[in-house]
Design a protein around this ligand. Structure first.
Ligand SMILES: Nc1ncnc2c1ncn2[C@@H]1O[C@@H]2COP(=O)(O)O[C@H]2[C@H]1O
Length: 913
């Protein structure tokens, strides 16, 4: 018998124009995850109800009204406990988008139907809904007819045999054929005319994953107590066939498990995303360290599978984070607020770096004041408290360094960074650093009680912390932008400190001998520190002009001073020179290269315009990047690092390339190292119509113009950053591999050049990129064919004289003798005199003919040789790939040099101009 509340729920839905149920025994599908699917069958009578429904759309509305829900919950629980008839099916390992979990209820109207709607194998029964819900994320099947519990039980136990014996008569089978490992419930009832049908047979695309969209459970809007379930169309077909007659979520939004499920779902999604990212891009030590910098162990736990599966009491996450963590060190227990992560990355953590600054400051204070106060009479009873305050403040920093920070520093063990707080603690305690740190805190100053406060030298063990000071300077050098300046400051600091020590020593010796007792010692006049510092500077820097020693002791002191000065200061000054030299190294290198190119051009009489352009290239490249050869720099790094750097630098452009927008990161990583940045100067021709296409280009900076039309000078398109071109000939879309248009750079433009081999390597695994490329290429081709047709029709297509004059083709024909008249003219021109001047004048003025042009190799296509269409008279097919080239501008024409294709950064082999 079907519980009353069950009917109430559905009759309400009927009133609200939702799908309603008839009260027949049938299977009700309960969803226990977003997007479960539905199978089942109904007898004929209930089918009528479905058939009467005008719209059987792909969206099935689920009744979750409060009333119904309450009723259902009550019913569920009571029926569970009383009947205990559940079929628990195997757990579904959960791919996130897997339509996974469903709970089936079968109802039976004893009056009208006595067919056993479902017979669960006894082995799969569990005792309560709660149990099945918490124990098994899969789905369960429940006989809901509690009045017939025993009967159903009996039926179900016998139905297995029945199934085997006569499958066509109301038996239930469970198949596990589905691609998603979800056992499919197929309940075959009576003959088809009784309304029974198999879902598997009614769903043509069953098992076809590609046609199964990820299901989704939308939250109800406003007060609407319904959930919308988007079902895969393949499954919906089964609904429209009437094989399933009821769908309702097994969790309402108020159910505590709903929130939990949602959280679990979100975490799984996030975890999968992160796992995918990691697979695609294994973290470099630096990046992983960076990402984990602020993380602690708890953060990582969030990603662990166990944390995803264990139940989460409300607000537990916040509690975990806010909870103070107890650490123990040397049997002391400290409750440190969670602001300090369990472990710190020595290379990346800002907190650690800040702390290093503090420890370095404490060390510097000790290093300067201990000897100062011990030598000079600067510590007096009136300022004792001040000195002692700073002393113990520094001691406190030292203590905190040991107790809070040092033992958290991550270290590398067998190549892996250790993140485990316990391990880092053990590692620190066993290390020499720990012993030195303890020694630096040796409380010798307790002896003050015995000897008085005038012995700050008792604090000398504090200088054992120098190791941390050095760590600070190293880190600062690698982190700071102006590392050179820091290096110079550091070296100067060392020098000043040496002089400081010498000054302290000089005052002490003078005091020991008696101030002003000889010419050599400090006289006692003026500021003692300044006077002594002055003396120490002159001595150590070997400036001289200091009074001669008067006794052996003073001679000994002077000897040591000079030796110290020679060695130590020689080293320090060398360091300063290096630091300053390094700061200028790049600039010096730029000058050296530019000078050598200029020397080369002068030696080979390169025309001035070409020289100017080369200079322009050097200057512009240097001013842009402060380097000439980006590739040279990157090539020093391992591939992984190189890729990371290149991605950082070029990702901005690549992300603008629509072509690559749907591609995954790995594709871009593969691609980025293959892109060669090439600078084009104003007026440079990137590619010329008719050339063989060997590269494709992406505009990285600036813009290019696609030029064509009647005159060959009409700007057909301007391509800006992120645009690409040159794909038509590269992919041979039109059947040929020749450029279809001229592309020129109107200003300074940086293009990424991708050569044919690299492009095909990159896109071979990305059919969508190939498709887009081909599609766009075809579109452009069509456009240009249309344009050509219009122009041909008008008969206006004429070859541009300018273009004609510029296009050069190799002259394979046997060389003809120079005409005699021309030879005579040339001879006259070579001679000095008025005639030669007159002959030279126009040429010089126009600067059109280069004396270096070898007419053996190049010849221009005259207007008479040009075709009507404006193409070179020699068809592209006639021109072999290797010997064909074009002079890209008048300058090339003048220079007569075969222009190089590209002028990459650092490889200014040639210029398209
Ligand atoms: N009308 C146009 N608009 C934009 N780009 C074009 C147009 N015509 C040609 N191109 C591009 O210019 C390139 C010239 O070389 P390709 O023929 O290899 O490929 C061509 C296209 O990528």
């Amino acid at each position: 018998m079907v519980p009353m509340n069950f009917f109430r729920g559905f009759s309400k839905s009927f009133e609200e124009n939702k799908y309603r149920m008839s009260a027949h025994p049938k299977v009700e599908v309960w969803l226990n995850s977003p997007g479960s699917f539905i199978t089942g069958e109904v007898p004929d009578e209930s089918m009528d109800v479905w058939r009467d429904e005008p719209e059987m759309s792909g969206q099935t509305w689920l009744d979750t009204s409060e009333e119904t829900k309450k009723d259902r919950d009550m019913t569920s629980t009571s029926s569970m406990s009383s009947s205990g008839q559940f079929l628990q099916l195997p757990s579904v390992p959960g791919p996130i988008n897997t339509p996974s979990i469903a709970s089936f209820r079968s109802h039976e109207d004893a009056g009208e139907h006595s067919l056993p709607s479902f017979s669960p194998p006894p082995s799969l029964r569990v005792t309560s809904l709660e149990e099945q819900f918490y124990n098994n994320p899969a789905f369960s099947i429940q006989d809901f007819d509690k009045d017939d519990d025993m009967e159903s039980f009996d039926r179900s136990s016998t139905s297995e045999t029945h199934t085997a014996a006569n499958n066509s008569h109301g038996s239930t089978t469970i198949t596990s054929r589905h691609l998603l490992n979800i056992p499919t419930l197929v309940q075959s009832g009576g003959p088809r005319h009784h309304g029974a049908m198999s879902v598997a047979s009614s769903c043509p695309s069953w098992g076809d994953e590609s046609c199964v969209p990820p299901p989704r459970l939308d939250e109800p809007a406003g007060d609407e107590p319904w959930y919308r379930l988007d079902l895969p169309p393949s499954r919906l077909s089964s609904i429209s066939d009437g094989s399933v007659w009821s769908v309702r979520p097994y969790l309402s939004k108020d159910h505590p498990a709903f929130g939990r499920l949602k959280t679990l779902f979100e975490r799984l999604t996030e975890r999968t995303r992160q796992a995918k990212d990691q697979i695609i891009q294994p973290p470099t030590p630096s990046t992983s360290a960076a990402s984990l910098d602020s993380d602690n162990q708890e953060d990582r736990q969030h990603l662990s599978f166990s944390s995803l599966t264990k139940p989460l009491p409300a607000g537990s996450q916040q509690e975990e984070e806010a909870e103070p963590r107890v650490i123990s060190l040397l049997k002391w227990q400290f409750r440190v607020p969670q602001i300090i992560p369990t472990t710190l990355d020595p290379l990346e953590s800002r907190l650690y770096m800040t702390w290093l600054v503090m420890v370095a400051a404490a060390f510097t204070y000790n290093a300067w004041t201990i000897f100062l106060r011990q030598s000079f009479p600067f510590q007096t009873p009136t300022n004792y408290p001040v000195w002692l305050f700073f002393d113990y403040l520094c001691d406190l920093i030292y203590i905190l360094d040991i107790v809070v920070f040092r033992h958290r520093v991550r270290f590398i063990e067998k190549g892996d960074m250790v993140y485990d707080g316990k391990k880092t603690r053990q590692h620190y305690i066993k290390s020499r650093d720990f012993k030195l740190d303890l020694a630096s805190l040796l409380p010798l100053d307790l002896l003050y009680l015995q000897v008085g406060l005038n012995f700050p030298i008792l604090r000398v063990p504090r200088l054992l912390k120098i190791r941390v000071f050095w760590e600070f300077t190293d880190r600062a050098e690698s982190v700071l932008k102006s590392a050179n300046i820091f290096r110079i400051v550091k070296t100067t600091g060392y020098m000043l400190y040496m002089i400081h020590l010498d000054a302290c020593m000089y005052y002490k010796v003078s005091d020991f001998q008696g101030l002003g007792s000889s010419r050599w010692v400090y006289s006692g006049s003026g500021n003692s520190y300044i006077r002594c510092y002055y003396w120490a500077t002159r001595t150590l820097l070997s400036i001289g002009g200091i009074p001669s020693p008067t006794n052996d002791f003073e001679y000994l002191i002077m000897l040591c001073n000079w030796l110290l000065g020679v060695f130590v200061f020689a080293m320090i000054i060398a360091q300063i020179r290096d630091a300053i030299g390094t700061a200028n190294k790049a600039k010096a290198e730029f000058r050296r290269r530019m000078d050598s190119v200029v020397t080369y051009m002068t030696r080979f009489n390169i025309p001035k315009p070409v020289q100017d352009r080369v200079r322009q290239w050097y200057t512009y490249t240097w001013s842009k990047a402060r380097m000439l050869d980006e590739m040279e720099l990157l090539n020093q790094l391992p591939v992984k690092m190189r890729t990371d750097l290149a991605i950082q630098v070029h990702m901005g452009t690549l992300s603008k390339v629509k072509l690559f927008q749907d591609c995954d990161r790995q594709f871009l990583r593969d691609l980025v190292l293959k892109l060669k940045p090439v600078l084009y100067l104003p007026g440079d021709v990137v590619c010329r119509k008719g050339e063989i296409g060997r590269e494709m280009y992406i505009v990285n900076e600036g813009s290019v113009q696609v030029v064509g039309g009647n005159s060959g000078r009409t700007v057909l398109a301007t391509l800006n950053v992120g645009s690409y071109f040159g794909e038509i000939s590269l992919l041979a879309v039109g059947g040929g591999n020749r450029r279809t248009a001229d592309v020129v750079s109107p200003g300074f433009t940086t293009l990424f050049v991708l050569d044919k081999k690299d492009l095909s390597e990159s896109i071979k695994d990305y059919p969508q990129v190939q498709e887009v490329l081909k599609h766009k290429a075809k579109k452009l081709l069509k456009k240009s064919a249309k344009r050509d047709a219009v122009e041909d029709k008008k008969g206006t297509k004429q070859m541009s004289l300018v273009q004609d004059a510029l296009v050069l083709v190799p002259n394979d024909e046997p060389r003809q003798d120079t005409p005699k008249l021309f030879q005579t003219v040339v001879q006259v021109a070579r001679q000095k005199g008025l005639a030669s001047k007159l002959l030279r004048y126009p040429r010089k003025r126009k600067g059109k003919v280069s004396p270096g042009l070898s007419k053996d190799v190049w010849t221009t296509t005259s207007s008479s040789t040009g075709s009507k269409s404006g193409k070179p008279s020699v068809s592209p097919a006639d021109i072999s790939d290797d010997d064909y080239s074009t002079a890209q501008s008048e300058d090339d024409f003048e220079s007569g040099q075969k222009p190089d294709k590209h002028k990459a950064f650092g490889h200014p082999q040639g210029n398209n101009s």
